[in-house]
Ligand binder design. Structure first.
Ligand SMILES: Nc1ncnc2c1ncn2[C@@H]1O[C@H](COP(=O)(O)OP(=O)(O)OP(=O)(O)O)[C@@H](O)[C@H]1O
Ligand SMILES: [Mg+2]
Length: 264
Protein backbone atom coordinates (compact mmCIF):
# COMPACT_ATOMS: atom_id res chain seq x y z
CA UNK A 1 0.00 0.00 0.00
CA UNK A 2 1.18 3.55 -0.73
CA UNK A 3 0.11 6.06 1.89
CA UNK A 4 0.57 9.81 1.45
CA UNK A 5 -0.15 11.93 4.51
CA UNK A 6 -0.28 15.70 4.69
CA UNK A 7 2.32 16.07 1.92
CA UNK A 8 3.47 19.58 1.07
CA UNK A 9 6.23 20.60 -1.32
CA UNK A 10 7.68 23.70 -3.00
CA UNK A 11 10.52 23.89 -5.52
CA UNK A 12 13.44 26.04 -4.34
CA UNK A 13 12.43 29.69 -4.38
CA UNK A 14 8.96 28.84 -5.72
CA UNK A 15 5.46 28.95 -4.31
CA UNK A 16 3.96 25.78 -2.77
CA UNK A 17 3.18 23.20 -5.45
CA UNK A 18 1.61 20.55 -3.19
CA UNK A 19 -0.35 21.50 -0.10
CA UNK A 20 -1.53 18.97 2.48
CA UNK A 21 -2.11 16.04 0.12
CA UNK A 22 -3.67 12.85 1.57
CA UNK A 23 -3.84 9.82 -0.69
CA UNK A 24 -3.82 6.02 -0.51
CA UNK A 25 -3.21 3.36 -3.11
CA UNK A 26 -4.06 -0.27 -2.30
CA UNK A 27 -2.83 -3.42 -4.07
CA UNK A 28 -4.39 -3.89 -7.50
CA UNK A 29 -6.12 -0.51 -7.51
CA UNK A 30 -6.28 1.80 -10.53
CA UNK A 31 -6.29 5.44 -9.53
CA UNK A 32 -6.44 8.20 -12.12
CA UNK A 33 -4.76 11.46 -11.13
CA UNK A 34 -5.94 14.43 -13.12
CA UNK A 35 -6.22 18.22 -13.03
CA UNK A 36 -5.25 21.28 -15.08
CA UNK A 37 -1.71 21.96 -16.41
CA UNK A 38 0.69 22.95 -13.68
CA UNK A 39 -1.52 21.77 -10.78
CA UNK A 40 1.22 19.49 -9.43
CA UNK A 41 0.46 16.05 -10.92
CA UNK A 42 4.04 15.31 -12.00
CA UNK A 43 5.42 16.68 -8.74
CA UNK A 44 3.10 14.36 -6.77
CA UNK A 45 3.93 11.39 -9.02
CA UNK A 46 7.65 11.93 -8.40
CA UNK A 47 7.05 11.75 -4.66
CA UNK A 48 5.58 8.25 -4.99
CA UNK A 49 8.90 6.56 -5.77
CA UNK A 50 11.30 8.82 -3.96
CA UNK A 51 12.50 10.96 -6.88
CA UNK A 52 11.33 13.86 -4.74
CA UNK A 53 11.22 13.66 -0.95
CA UNK A 54 8.51 15.30 1.18
CA UNK A 55 9.35 18.65 2.77
CA UNK A 56 6.37 18.22 5.04
CA UNK A 57 4.29 15.10 5.71
CA UNK A 58 5.12 11.51 4.75
CA UNK A 59 4.98 9.10 1.83
CA UNK A 60 5.18 5.42 2.77
CA UNK A 61 5.41 2.51 0.33
CA UNK A 62 4.64 -0.81 2.05
CA UNK A 63 5.58 0.97 5.29
CA UNK A 64 8.97 2.13 3.92
CA UNK A 65 9.74 5.84 3.73
CA UNK A 66 10.54 6.82 0.12
CA UNK A 67 14.11 7.77 1.07
CA UNK A 68 14.85 4.00 1.10
CA UNK A 69 16.41 2.69 -2.14
CA UNK A 70 14.11 -0.37 -2.09
CA UNK A 71 11.18 1.92 -2.91
CA UNK A 72 12.55 2.53 -6.43
CA UNK A 73 12.17 -1.17 -7.13
CA UNK A 74 8.69 -1.43 -5.70
CA UNK A 75 7.37 1.59 -7.60
CA UNK A 76 8.03 1.69 -11.35
CA UNK A 77 7.73 5.11 -12.93
CA UNK A 78 7.08 5.98 -16.56
CA UNK A 79 7.82 9.61 -17.29
CA UNK A 80 6.03 12.16 -19.42
CA UNK A 81 8.98 12.30 -21.88
CA UNK A 82 9.97 8.76 -22.95
CA UNK A 83 13.38 9.91 -24.29
CA UNK A 84 14.55 10.76 -20.79
CA UNK A 85 14.11 7.14 -19.81
CA UNK A 86 15.81 5.31 -22.68
CA UNK A 87 19.36 4.30 -21.76
CA UNK A 88 20.59 1.57 -24.13
CA UNK A 89 21.55 1.76 -27.85
CA UNK A 90 19.24 -1.13 -28.87
CA UNK A 91 15.57 -1.70 -27.96
CA UNK A 92 15.93 -5.17 -26.43
CA UNK A 93 18.99 -4.07 -24.45
CA UNK A 94 16.99 -1.20 -23.04
CA UNK A 95 14.34 -3.63 -21.79
CA UNK A 96 17.07 -5.86 -20.28
CA UNK A 97 19.02 -2.97 -18.74
CA UNK A 98 17.16 -2.61 -15.44
CA UNK A 99 17.05 -6.39 -15.04
CA UNK A 100 20.85 -6.68 -15.05
CA UNK A 101 20.94 -4.97 -11.68
CA UNK A 102 18.38 -7.33 -10.15
CA UNK A 103 20.81 -10.27 -10.32
CA UNK A 104 18.27 -12.58 -11.97
CA UNK A 105 19.24 -15.93 -13.52
CA UNK A 106 20.03 -15.52 -17.27
CA UNK A 107 17.06 -17.64 -18.37
CA UNK A 108 14.53 -15.69 -16.32
CA UNK A 109 15.97 -12.45 -17.68
CA UNK A 110 15.59 -13.70 -21.24
CA UNK A 111 12.00 -14.80 -20.61
CA UNK A 112 11.04 -11.48 -19.07
CA UNK A 113 12.51 -9.55 -22.01
CA UNK A 114 10.60 -11.76 -24.48
CA UNK A 115 7.35 -11.46 -22.53
CA UNK A 116 7.60 -7.69 -22.28
CA UNK A 117 8.56 -7.11 -25.92
CA UNK A 118 5.63 -9.29 -26.92
CA UNK A 119 3.11 -7.61 -24.59
CA UNK A 120 4.08 -4.15 -25.81
CA UNK A 121 4.20 -5.10 -29.47
CA UNK A 122 7.90 -4.26 -29.83
CA UNK A 123 9.17 -7.61 -31.12
CA UNK A 124 9.42 -6.27 -34.69
CA UNK A 125 11.75 -3.45 -33.63
CA UNK A 126 13.71 -5.32 -30.96
CA UNK A 127 17.06 -4.72 -32.70
CA UNK A 128 16.34 -1.10 -33.68
CA UNK A 129 18.02 1.95 -32.21
CA UNK A 130 15.55 3.54 -29.76
CA UNK A 131 16.05 7.06 -31.14
CA UNK A 132 14.77 5.88 -34.54
CA UNK A 133 11.45 4.68 -33.09
CA UNK A 134 8.21 6.63 -33.49
CA UNK A 135 6.93 8.64 -30.51
CA UNK A 136 4.37 5.97 -29.71
CA UNK A 137 6.95 3.17 -29.92
CA UNK A 138 9.26 5.14 -27.61
CA UNK A 139 6.43 5.48 -25.12
CA UNK A 140 5.79 1.72 -25.28
CA UNK A 141 9.53 1.06 -24.86
CA UNK A 142 9.67 3.25 -21.75
CA UNK A 143 6.73 1.29 -20.33
CA UNK A 144 8.32 -2.04 -21.33
CA UNK A 145 11.61 -1.31 -19.58
CA UNK A 146 9.80 -0.50 -16.34
CA UNK A 147 7.38 -3.40 -16.62
CA UNK A 148 10.15 -5.95 -17.14
CA UNK A 149 11.27 -5.21 -13.57
CA UNK A 150 7.85 -6.41 -12.30
CA UNK A 151 7.17 -3.53 -9.94
CA UNK A 152 4.39 -3.81 -7.36
CA UNK A 153 3.18 -0.31 -8.17
CA UNK A 154 3.27 1.52 -11.46
CA UNK A 155 3.11 5.30 -11.78
CA UNK A 156 2.54 6.52 -15.33
CA UNK A 157 2.77 10.21 -16.12
CA UNK A 158 0.64 10.87 -19.23
CA UNK A 159 1.85 7.65 -20.88
CA UNK A 160 -0.46 7.83 -23.88
CA UNK A 161 -0.01 11.41 -25.14
CA UNK A 162 1.88 10.34 -28.27
CA UNK A 163 -0.16 7.25 -29.01
CA UNK A 164 -2.81 6.97 -31.70
CA UNK A 165 -6.26 5.93 -30.42
CA UNK A 166 -5.54 2.33 -31.34
CA UNK A 167 -2.29 2.04 -29.36
CA UNK A 168 -3.78 4.11 -26.55
CA UNK A 169 -6.59 1.62 -26.14
CA UNK A 170 -4.05 -1.24 -26.25
CA UNK A 171 -1.88 0.29 -23.55
CA UNK A 172 -4.91 0.96 -21.33
CA UNK A 173 -6.11 -2.62 -21.83
CA UNK A 174 -2.64 -3.88 -20.97
CA UNK A 175 -2.68 -1.85 -17.76
CA UNK A 176 -6.07 -3.35 -16.86
CA UNK A 177 -4.67 -6.82 -17.54
CA UNK A 178 -1.59 -6.23 -15.38
CA UNK A 179 -3.80 -5.14 -12.57
CA UNK A 180 -5.94 -8.27 -12.79
CA UNK A 181 -3.24 -10.86 -13.48
CA UNK A 182 -0.24 -9.47 -11.56
CA UNK A 183 -2.11 -7.41 -8.93
CA UNK A 184 -0.06 -4.32 -9.84
CA UNK A 185 -1.54 -1.12 -8.45
CA UNK A 186 -1.51 1.75 -10.94
CA UNK A 187 -1.52 5.52 -10.70
CA UNK A 188 -2.33 6.92 -14.12
CA UNK A 189 -1.70 10.63 -14.55
CA UNK A 190 -3.78 11.94 -17.43
CA UNK A 191 -5.77 14.96 -18.52
CA UNK A 192 -8.06 12.79 -20.65
CA UNK A 193 -11.08 12.05 -18.54
CA UNK A 194 -12.10 9.18 -20.82
CA UNK A 195 -9.10 7.32 -19.37
CA UNK A 196 -10.75 7.69 -15.96
CA UNK A 197 -13.77 5.62 -16.99
CA UNK A 198 -12.13 2.36 -15.90
CA UNK A 199 -10.58 3.75 -12.72
CA UNK A 200 -11.54 2.60 -9.22
CA UNK A 201 -11.01 6.14 -8.06
CA UNK A 202 -10.26 9.53 -9.59
CA UNK A 203 -8.23 12.16 -7.78
CA UNK A 204 -8.50 15.71 -9.10
CA UNK A 205 -5.74 18.12 -8.14
CA UNK A 206 -6.07 21.88 -8.43
CA UNK A 207 -3.50 24.38 -7.21
CA UNK A 208 -1.64 21.66 -5.34
CA UNK A 209 -4.65 20.45 -3.34
CA UNK A 210 -6.98 17.49 -3.73
CA UNK A 211 -10.22 19.03 -5.01
CA UNK A 212 -12.07 15.80 -5.60
CA UNK A 213 -11.58 12.15 -4.76
CA UNK A 214 -14.17 9.52 -5.67
CA UNK A 215 -15.60 7.27 -8.36
CA UNK A 216 -15.55 8.34 -12.03
CA UNK A 217 -19.37 8.32 -12.09
CA UNK A 218 -19.54 10.76 -9.16
CA UNK A 219 -16.96 13.05 -10.80
CA UNK A 220 -18.83 13.07 -14.12
CA UNK A 221 -21.89 14.26 -12.21
CA UNK A 222 -20.03 17.33 -10.90
CA UNK A 223 -20.34 19.51 -13.96
CA UNK A 224 -19.63 22.77 -12.13
CA UNK A 225 -16.29 21.53 -10.80
CA UNK A 226 -15.30 20.15 -14.21
CA UNK A 227 -16.17 23.43 -15.91
CA UNK A 228 -14.33 25.47 -13.28
CA UNK A 229 -11.19 23.41 -13.80
CA UNK A 230 -11.50 23.33 -17.58
CA UNK A 231 -11.81 19.53 -17.67
CA UNK A 232 -13.88 18.03 -20.46
CA UNK A 233 -16.43 15.28 -20.02
CA UNK A 234 -15.62 12.24 -22.15
CA UNK A 235 -17.69 12.03 -25.37
CA UNK A 236 -19.04 8.69 -24.22
CA UNK A 237 -20.39 10.17 -20.98
CA UNK A 238 -21.97 13.10 -22.85
CA UNK A 239 -23.59 10.73 -25.32
CA UNK A 240 -25.00 8.49 -22.59
CA UNK A 241 -26.28 11.52 -20.63
CA UNK A 242 -27.96 12.85 -23.77
CA UNK A 243 -29.60 9.50 -24.51
CA UNK A 244 -30.82 9.27 -20.90
CA UNK A 245 -32.34 12.75 -21.23
CA UNK A 246 -34.23 11.43 -24.21
CA UNK A 247 -35.72 8.64 -22.11
CA UNK A 248 -33.40 5.81 -23.22
CA UNK A 249 -31.46 3.59 -20.85
CA UNK A 250 -28.08 2.85 -22.49
CA UNK A 251 -25.18 1.17 -20.67
CA UNK A 252 -22.10 3.31 -19.88
CA UNK A 253 -19.48 0.69 -20.88
CA UNK A 254 -18.16 1.40 -24.34
CA UNK A 255 -18.35 -2.13 -25.73
CA UNK A 256 -21.85 -2.72 -24.36
CA UNK A 257 -22.97 0.66 -25.64
CA UNK A 258 -22.00 -0.26 -29.20
CA UNK A 259 -24.10 -3.42 -28.97
CA UNK A 260 -26.97 -1.48 -27.43
CA UNK A 261 -26.91 1.09 -30.26
CA UNK A 262 -26.84 -1.65 -32.90
CA UNK A 263 -29.82 -3.33 -31.19
CA UNK A 264 -32.01 -0.20 -31.33
N1 LIG B 1 11.90 21.44 -11.56
C1 LIG B 1 11.09 22.47 -11.26
N2 LIG B 1 11.58 23.61 -10.70
C2 LIG B 1 10.78 24.65 -10.38
N3 LIG B 1 9.44 24.65 -10.57
C3 LIG B 1 8.88 23.54 -11.12
C4 LIG B 1 9.68 22.40 -11.50
N4 LIG B 1 8.86 21.45 -12.01
C5 LIG B 1 7.62 21.97 -11.96
N5 LIG B 1 7.62 23.22 -11.42
C6 LIG B 1 6.45 24.07 -11.18
O1 LIG B 1 5.59 23.37 -10.30
C7 LIG B 1 4.21 23.50 -10.69
C8 LIG B 1 3.59 22.13 -10.89
O2 LIG B 1 4.25 21.49 -11.96
P1 LIG B 1 3.94 19.97 -12.37
O3 LIG B 1 4.88 19.63 -13.46
O4 LIG B 1 3.95 19.13 -11.15
O5 LIG B 1 2.43 20.12 -12.89
P2 LIG B 1 1.58 19.12 -13.78
O6 LIG B 1 0.22 19.06 -13.15
O7 LIG B 1 2.29 17.84 -13.98
O8 LIG B 1 1.44 19.90 -15.18
P3 LIG B 1 1.23 19.32 -16.67
O9 LIG B 1 -0.22 18.98 -16.82
O10 LIG B 1 1.60 20.48 -17.53
O11 LIG B 1 2.13 18.14 -16.87
C9 LIG B 1 4.22 24.36 -11.94
O12 LIG B 1 3.92 25.69 -11.51
C10 LIG B 1 5.64 24.29 -12.44
O13 LIG B 1 6.02 25.49 -13.06
MG1 LIG C 1 3.00 16.85 -15.66
Amino acid sequence: MIVVRDLSFAYPGGHPVLQGIDLELAAGELVVLTGPNGCGKTTLARHLNGLLLPQQGTVLVDDLPTSQAEVRRLVGMVFQEPESQIVAPVVEEDVAFGLENLGLPREEMRQRVEWTLERLDLTGVRRSEPHLLSGGQKQRLALASVLAMKPRYLVLDEPTTMLDPWSRREVLELLGDLRRTEGIAIVLVTHRLEEALEADRVVVLADGRVRFQGSPATLFGQLELLTELGLELPDLVRLVAHLRDQGFDPPMEECQLTEWVLGQ
